[in-house]
Design a protein. Structure first.
Lengths: 334, 305, 550
């Protein structure tokens, strides 16, 4: 087991190294060269020359790369062109908001997705199945930013059920502890703050959840159908086991293996979806940072957020693999 | 998914009787999902081909009769000769909507095609040669796949000094390359050990010829399925780039994603300006997805049971 | 077995949350709501402020909160461009315009408790004139513009003496037409010298393109205004100000004034309609009708701005021909543009300043929409196949230009009609547009405009055409001389005549740009807000605002 974990961890290293090479190449191909891009439009030739020396751009490319890698590992991505603050500070401040939103979206996707997928498979070909399938296809086809606008307009403006955007009402005076608004309210017993944060969370979480929800439903359905057609289920049925027992013991448990992989993959993709969702809902997390960085061509921030996005994706996949190995011993042998 | 497809492919090769294509076509015709998808896609393609004939006016033409009653907070609706009324700038909304199908298809098809060609090339080389070539190419592909696609497209589009239709196509196409590369390589690997390839090899056919004549054609099924699905995501990704301000810089161009992005300020005045392009995008994405899913099912031997 | 595991997990999670709860305590002030009478107003801002030190700013989003916390020597009568006493109860200058004497208001204290006196006022002027290092390089746009540079570096500021605690005497090296109106600029707000020192206000450091500002500018702005700074929550992106109970003027009715940054225009509108904010600036004219129908109050400001299409003659020699520039003016259907894209009350601009400014000339050369004449002029100039790079801003809404993309499209289509090929170049307002256009001068044509800071012709045409600028390319010394002569003339009547002549010449002889329109920008507040006075200078003060408690 331990050996498998170590092996899998070592496998991540070349991926990360390659990722850094790509990022390095990306930086070098920025308009006007990396120094000019990192300094922004107001850069004077002297400042560019100065940064060129700092970045080592006057040295051979391999040396430059090693320097770049060193800075990346120590988390030094420079200062944001917009605020002048270190990019890492900004990211640290925005991270809880995005994590909160992603967790909420994932919860919605999993809690609704698995039962829906299972029911669709069980009633294959019936109206429930067809409706679900069509729903998932439409869900994937709707541009997230448009869906976000519609949700806001209907449920916040027209019906007034939820606040339209932001993370917390300004008159709530919440105490910040962890940065996770809902959790903070619980910890400090400011339950109204938790409730308020929760109501703010609903609409953006639904918008962000649509795509993972659709994918989870479809994978669950396919996987349940697969297992139901397999030999051991036929055996169990022919043994005369109660249908309920077969479904619970055999079908669901085995069908959930591929579903867990999908959940992992979708977690990694949430950050990308968050860019659009957060822009629409003025959420103030990483997505907002990124959207702003795109608008203002803030390359230091852009590079750091994209790298973080890729890193999260790689690590989540690693975790999925490892958890797979725990659930299913056969994986370890391979 | 890759491995799933290749496994299916092995089974397909074992089956006798009707040819795979014929069989798939029969099943497609019986599948209502496929029919709906095909109808949507067919209509879309037809409209985009004949758009210049169907559209009464040009995409950028401004009409005094539409401008006359145009105010910032009131946009004239249907008028004689202008079935859907004006857009926010006194142009014929109906013509723009029709002509946009062509631009949208253009972006989707080219982003997919470029991705497909390069992806297939890389995948074929990796799959055919194996060894260190395979390792290097697939490592790079994996890393590209490890960046969420929209983030990757954003990073590439942000490199452009001047956003244009070309930069959008390139950004989305590059995102598609690794997907096709992985897919094709999987399909090629699975065939390397298969009987018909072994037979060809034993007959002394050169490796290049085997790859092109025997392995590639057999791997095209999943590639076509993937291309159909990719068309849908490409159109959606392009719309997202427009929304983020990385889209085409010429606001006169009629393209659904761009029209949707530029109509954001008029959602209260005339929601149709945003809703119709949005619905068009949703329908087209849905059409390609339905068709792709149906194709996938049709090519799946399990469906033959 | 799974049950046991699940149980363990639940216990672990429970223990974790309990232990966390033990170390987290509410920081809520128990009596926060106790003395509340005036309520809280939440105003939706389009962008985050750069910082809160008045002198280091030049943009509306930073100035809006700053205005509420600070005062200037002279200020503007609410809703007008007229001057009225601020921290100075009276002011006068010598006939040559080189010496200004201010009578400082008595009994005013800064929010840190220190008194305002003549010495404090002089300390501020001395601080600006002698700024060193990165701080001087950072963002002192207004200072550089009005005072023409730092002391000993071309600046016109000489000294400031506190003759008595209530009398400050400032000496300049030459007359400047901008004064006394320019003393009302928000950038020249008076800070507490004690706080400036305590929070290290001059310690600005530059890293790359961005500047890091000291504590004074980020968390401790200290002025004499109707509100005082409470906090800037960078996570929630909100700036909280509270009423200054010691304010010398009309005390604020609100308890709290919160600025919440909401970059998305639709989101601002939806928040207001849903009642979660109480107002925002520059609503799109497209939304006026729907905002009004949902009970919001769209307050229209008097137009005090000009939108123009700039022409940069540096990159394309054809543009140096006056006939080509005139052709551009004839080609644009400005009437249609004003009618279809700008709010009611907007007008086609005949010159580069609004009618209410002294120096406006009624009889300038006109350029009515005439595409045929434009084509003829282009043909005469041998420029029938003109290709122009047209820069326009995105991600922004300006008081003079509510929807740049649409305005660009209309003008571009007009130009295409007369045979000009237009290359559209969109750039985000803060992400390169201003730099490309105003610093680098990469464009052939561009859209830009200006809202007057105070009522003075020099603030309009002087700012645009008073000196060589990359924005317009080639040098035109005759035009600069004409404008600057008017500015330096202390005689008001002569000055006005000179400016009128300058306007005629600009429109007939120079035509460095095409004036498009003057339009009334709006500010919108919810149904429960009263007392906000819209200002043509966008100089709204919130001390007069009250909120009906629901």
């Amino acid at each position: 087991m331990l050996r498998f974990i170590v092996r899998r961890l070592i496998q991540v290293v070349p991926t990360l190294l390659l990722l850094s090479v790509l990022l390095f190449a990306w930086l070098r191909s920025l308009p006007g060269g990396p120094a000019a891009a990192l300094l922004g439009d107001k850069a004077t030739p002297e400042k560019i020359a100065e940064l060129n020396t700092v970045l080592g751009l006057d040295q051979p490319i391999p040396v430059q790369y090693v320097k770049f890698l060193g800075r990346a590992i120590t988390g030094d991505f420079g200062n944001s062109l917009i605020t002048g603050e270190p990019v890492t500070t900004e990211i640290a401040r925005a991270l809880p908001a995005t994590i909160e939103l992603s967790v909420a979206a994932l919860l919605i996707a999993v809690v609704l997705g698995i039962p829906l997928g299972y029911l669709a498979a069980r009633y294959r070909g019936r109206p429930l199945d067809t409706t679900t399938i069509i729903g998932t296809l439409v869900g994937v086809a709707v541009p997230v930013f448009f869906l976000g606008y519609l949700l806001k307009q209907w449920f916040a403006v027209d019906l007034g059920w939820f606040p339209p955007s932001g993370r917390q009402a300004v008159d709530i005076e919440a105490t910040h502890v962890t940065g996770f608004a809902v959790l903070d309210g619980l910890l400090t017993r400011e339950f109204d703050a938790s409730w308020d944060a929760l109501t703010h969370l609903v609409l953006p979480a639904i918008a962000l959840a649509t795509i993972p929800l659709a994918v989870i439903v479809r994978i669950t359905r396919a996987s349940v159908l697969d297992v139901m057609g397999s030999d051991f289920v036929r055996t169990a049925n022919s043994k005369g086991l109660a249908p309920g027992t077969v479904r619970q013991r055999h079908v669901l448990r085995n069908a959930l293996l591929p579903v867990s992989t999908t959940i992992g993959l979708q977690t990694g993709l949430l950050l990308a979806g968050a860019v659009l969702t957060e822009k629409v809902f003025v959420w103030g997390g990483l997505g907002t940072l990124l959207a702003q960085a795109i608008e203002r061509r803030d390359y230091p921030r852009l590079q750091a957020v994209v790298l973080l996005g890729a890193l999260v994706y790689v690590l989540v996949n690693l975790l999925v693999d490892l958890s797979y190995a725990i659930i299913d011993p056969r994986v370890r042998v391979r | 998914m890759t491995s799933l497809l290749t496994r299916r492919r092995d089974k397909i090769d074992d089956l006798g009787g009707r040819s795979l294509t014929a069989d798939a076509l029969i099943r497609l015709r019986r599948n209502p999902v496929a029919i709906v998808g095909a109808v949507i896609v067919g209509l879309f393609v037809l409209v985009s081909i004949f758009a210049p004939l169907l559209a009464p006016h040009g995409p950028a033409e401004v009409f005094p009769e539409l401008q006359r009653n145009l105010r910032p907070d009131s946009i004239p609706g249907a008028l004689p000769g202008f079935p859907l009324g004006s857009d926010q700038n006194g142009r014929d909304f109906f013509s723009r909507l029709l002509l946009a199908s062509r631009q949208t298809l253009f972006v989707g098809v080219f982003a997919t095609l470029i991705g497909l060609v390069f992806g297939v090339l890389i995948g074929a080389i990796a799959g055919a040669f194996g060894g260190w070539v395979d390792t290097v190419l697939m490592r790079v592909t994996d890393v590209l796949l490890s960046i969420p696609s929209l983030l990757l497209a954003i990073s590439i589009a942000a490199l452009a000094a001047r956003p244009s239709q070309t930069t959008v196509i390139i950004a989305v196409a590059l995102v598609n390359v690794p997907i096709f590369a992985r897919l094709l390589r999987g399909a090629m690997l699975a065939q390397r050990e298969s009987d018909h390839v072994l037979a060809a090899t034993s007959l002394g056919v050169r490796r290049g010829a085997i790859v092109v004549r025997h392995m590639l054609p057999n791997a095209m099924g999943p590639v076509i399925v993937q291309a159909t699905l990719t068309l849908a995501t490409s159109i959606l990704d392009a719309a997202a780039l427009s929304f983020l301000g990385l889209g085409d810089g010429d606001p006169a161009r009629a393209e659904w994603g761009l029209m949707l992005a530029n109509a954001q300020s008029y959602l209260d005045v005339r929601p149709a300006l945003a809703f119709y392009p949005a619905i068009a995008i949703i329908l087209v994405a849905l059409g390609f997805t339905l068709l792709g899913e149906a194709l996938r099912e049709a090519l799946d031997p399990k469906g033959r049971r | 077995m799974p049950t046991t595991r699940r149980l363990l997990a639940v216990i672990a999670a429970g223990a974790l949350s309990v232990s966390l709860a033990a170390c987290a305590t509410s920081e809520r002030g128990g009596d926060a709501q106790a003395g509340a009478t005036g309520g809280t107003m939440v105003f939706g801002a389009a962008g985050a402020p750069k910082n809160f030190d008045p002198i280091f700013n030049d943009d509306g989003e930073s100035f809006r909160p700053i205005r509420q916390m600070y005062d200037t020597l002279i200020t503007y009568k609410p809703g007008t461009t007229e001057l009225t006493p601020g921290l100075a109860t009276a002011w006068e200058s010598t006939p040559d315009g080189k010496q200004w004497t201010f009578t400082i208001r008595e009994g005013v204290t800064f929010t840190d408790g220190t008194p305002l006196d003549a010495a404090a006022v002089c300390a501020n002027f001395d601080r600006w004139a002698n700024m060193q290092g990165d701080a001087a390089q950072s963002n002192m746009i207004y200072y550089a513009d009005v005072f023409e540079g730092f002391k000993g570096n071309g600046g016109i500021y000489d000294s400031c003496q506190a003759a008595s605690p209530t009398s400050a005497v400032m000496t300049l090296t030459k007359n400047k037409g901008a004064f006394p109106a320019a003393f009302g600029l928000t950038a020249f707000s008076i800070s507490s010298p004690t706080a400036l020192k305590q929070y290290d206000a001059d310690n600005v450091t530059q890293s790359g393109d961005s500047f890091s500002y000291p504590a004074y500018a980020t968390d401790h702005p200290t002025g004499t205004g109707a509100f005082k700074f409470e906090s800037y929550d960078r996570t929630a992106n909100t700036i909280t100000l509270v009423r200054n109970d010691q304010y010398w003027g009309e005390k604020a009715k609100l308890d709290k004034l919160v600025f919440r940054v909401i970059p998305d225009e639709n989101a601002r509108k939806q928040e207001l309609t849903a009642g979660t904010i109480d107002g925002y600036d520059l609503p799109s004219p497209a939304d006026y009708a729907s905002l009004k129908s949902s009970g919001q109050q769209v307050l229209i400001r008097d137009p005090f701005n000009v939108l123009y299409m700039g022409i940069n003659t540096k990159n394309n020699p054809a543009l140096r021909d006056l006939r080509v520039r005139q052709a551009l003016a004839y080609a644009i259907d400005r009437q249609a543009l004003v009618q279809t894209k700008l709010p009611e009350g907007a007008e086609v601009a005949t010159q580069f300043m609004p009618q209410t400014v002294a120096g406006y000339a009624a009889d300038v050369q006109q350029y009515p929409y005439d595409p045929q004449k434009a084509k003829d002029l282009l043909a005469q100039a041998g420029a029938s196949n003109l290709t122009l790079n047209f820069y326009y801003p995105t991600e922004v809404s300006r008081p003079y230009m509510p929807n740049p993309t649409d305005i660009f499209q209309l003008i571009a289509e007009n130009l295409r009609q007369v045979g000009i090929t237009v290359n559209p170049v969109p750039r985000p307002w803060n992400g390169g547009f201003k730099d490309d256009v105003q610093t680098a001068g990469k464009q052939d044509l561009h859209l830009l405009g200006w809202t007057g800071d105070y009522n003075d012709a020099g603030n309009f045409i002087g700012t645009f055409f008073g000196r060589e600028k990359p924005e317009f390319g080639a040098e035109d010394p005759a035009m600069y001389a004409e404008i600057n002569a008017a500015d330096a003339n202390p005689d008001q009547a002569q000055k006005q005549a000179q400016y009128e002549q300058a306007n005629r010449d600009i429109m007939a002889k120079y035509l460095p740009a095409v004036p498009i329109s003057s339009s009334p920008p709006a500010i919108v507040v919810g149904p429960s807000i009263q007392g906000l006075v819209p200002s043509p200078l966008t100089d709204e003060r919130f001390n007069t605002v009250s909120k009906t408690q629901s």
